[in-house]
Design a protein around this ligand. Structure first.
Ligand code: SF4
Length: 362
């Protein structure tokens, strides 16, 4: 179920994963390993694949790193985006090495003629380009302090570079207009989305820690998604990138745009609760992200964890699976609204995972 109408953007194919045109919003992340070490980078990408990451971005700061692209590609399943700054020749090498998409920040890749050379090469190889504008790398933005002026600059700079690509009839374009300020970011995307229909990659850049970054991202991305804006997302966190994937899915699930995975409903507990739900819910959450089949559900699966019968019975009955604490440190287990037994807290998570897996015939 979607709550709102999404913008009808152009479809772009990134190494076999299509985005845009109302297709499900794709969850991306970015590695934080040293890409000069391809084995460590592949290891992290494999972990990201397992967490449900659908497109991965890797920064290649120099030629030594870029020469690893072929090896990395050979060992991963999801499309690889090369993030290149400062030197267009590294981007050209990335194309030669078979990368699936380039992300460049035209503000620092060099003169227009260098961008033009790059565009021609990308076109020849059918590689999409994301024009990734970041507020931090635009000198002119710092002349202004108000969010709207900054947003206009972000959008104008993106438009300038889009026009260079269009001059060469290059249309496999994805655009991002990120700032660390939520309001600036939202306004920039709104302005750009009113002018062109290229698919948009959403993110609040340098959003912060798991806690503050997730909140910032949820608000920023949530508002844009409600506007119908957005075809792919990356939640930028100072954390293990697996957390970015988890938060990304959680945001999309909260606004009804991805139904995969499990929706957890859990009460905050009070003096009526006889179960340690903090421990139980966190253990459950950490385990479900490792079950691949849960990422491909056709409808959301609700699991409720409730500390007592006050709201617990109603929530548990409404959920696909539910646990309600019922005195003496005992959990009552529900499935599709029906009680199916009582269980000790230390066995709860194991039993629930078993039930989920049996339900999915994993
Ligand atoms: Fe307290 Fe029960 Fe509400 Fe949980 S469901 S917060 S234990 S009253």
């Amino acid at each position: 179920m979607e709550f709102f109408k999404r913008n009808n953007t152009r479809k772009v194919n990134i190494g076999g994963v299509e985005i845009g045109g109302g297709l499900p919003i794709v969850v991306q992340s970015m590695t934080n390993t040293n890409s000069r070490n391809w084995k460590i980078t592949v290891k992290q990408i494999k972990q990201l694949e397992k967490a449900g990451c659908e497109i991965v971005r890797v920064s290649f700061p120099d030629m030594e790193a870029a020469y690893n692209i072929k090896k990395i590609k050979k060992n991963i399943k999801i499309p690889l985006v090369a993030d290149i700054h400062f030197d267009y020749r590294i981007a050209i090498e990335a194309i030669k090495q078979g990368v699936d998409k380039l992300r460049i920040n035209p503000g620092n890749i060099g003169s227009k003629d260098k961008i033009e050379i790059l565009v021609k090469e990308a076109k020849k190889a059918h590689i999409p380009i994301r024009i990734g504008i970041n507020a931090g790398s635009l000198k002119e933005i710092h002349k202004f302090t108000d969010n709207l002026s900054r947003a206009k600059i972000l959008s104008n700079v993106a438009m300038e570079h889009v026009k260079i690509l269009e001059k060469y009839s290059f249309e496999d374009i994805v655009v991002s207009l990120k700032a660390s300020n939520v309001d600036t970011t939202i306004q920039a995307y709104r302005i750009f989305a009113s002018k062109r229909n290229y698919p948009l990659h959403l993110g609040i850049t340098e959003a912060g820690s798991i806690f503050s970054g997730s909140i910032k991202s949820a608000i920023g991305l949530g508002i844009m998604l409600y506007d119908g804006i957005g075809d792919t997302i990356r939640v930028s966190l100072t954390a293990d990138p697996i957390e970015e994937v988890k938060v990304g899915y959680s945001i999309l699930q909260s606004v009804g745009l991805r139904n995969s995975n499990v929706e957890i409903i859990s009460c905050p507990m009070c003096s009526r609760s006889k179960l340690d739900l903090i421990k139980i819910v966190s253990e459950f959450e950490n385990k479900i992200y490792k079950i691949d089949k849960l990422k491909k559900l056709s409808k959301p699966l609700k699991v409720a964890f409730m500390g007592c019968v006050v709201n617990g019975l109603g929530e548990a009955k409404d959920a696909d699976f539910g646990i309600v604490s019922q005195g003496n440190n005992i959990g009552v287990l529900f499935k599709n609204g029906k009680i199916i037994g009582k269980i000790r807290p230390d066995k709860l998570v194991k039993k629930l995972i078993f039930m989920l897996k049996s339900n999915l015939q994993v």
